[in-house]
Design a protein around this ligand. Sequence first.
Ligand code: FPP
Length: 240
Amino acid sequence: MTENRAIPTHVAIIMDGNGRWAKQRGKERYEGHLAGVESVRSAVRAAVRNGVKWLTLYAFSTENWGRPAAEVEAIMELFCRTVVGEGAALAEQGVRVKILGERTRFSASVLEMIERIEATTASGDRLTLVLAFNYSSRREILLAAQSLAQQVAEGRMQAEDIDEQLFASALMTSEMPDPDLIIRTSGECRLSNFLLWQASYAEMYFPEVLWPDFDEEAFDKALEAYAGRERRYGLVNDEC
Ligand code: FPP
């Protein structure tokens, strides 16, 4: 690993390609998700090893409820089983887990599991692992707009008081830094309702590899690509 290279503070990943991975092997889609859990472990290990402080994984979008009921149930079950089963190992690695998304649609048992993993890993200070679960960015932006509009209607603030900072503080991600690097596996090049506000200045990386094949080496390669990027934030560099 090259020393002194730029390491992103926050890496966010759209884990795509589980279904295709399974199909290529004549397996059920569920087996692709199951194999994808090993890549989640690899990504966490690689993030901790590289000194990344925030890792966000898009595990279940609001739109994913529209998949066949059996697949939704399988992902829910796998998510809960993994999160509960990995709690101790994550805490040992210094990983704090946070769930990002609307909690209204979960069963009592899923809610209980979410609260348990957040509580047992609360003191982790090496990496914050954010699992986006029942998350969609447009919905998040809409809810923020509604909450600010309500405060204006109640006379608690003026419409002109709403600036970027205030708007960001009304989002579900208010405690998180914006992502520096967004990775989407499987060769698809789109954001699919993921961190749309927060992605404004993120670097994008779209490897062809399917999520179950995204191992620690693939994660390191993504960081290498990031280190080679020049981030200008709408400005010009000194040589221009
Ligand atoms: C996208 O692949 C993957 C998902 C919608 C689910 C991801 C879930 C997991 C890896 C399991 C549990 C997660 C955690 C964090 C414990 P796809 O099904 O859209 O693949 P395709 O585009 O090839 O069909």
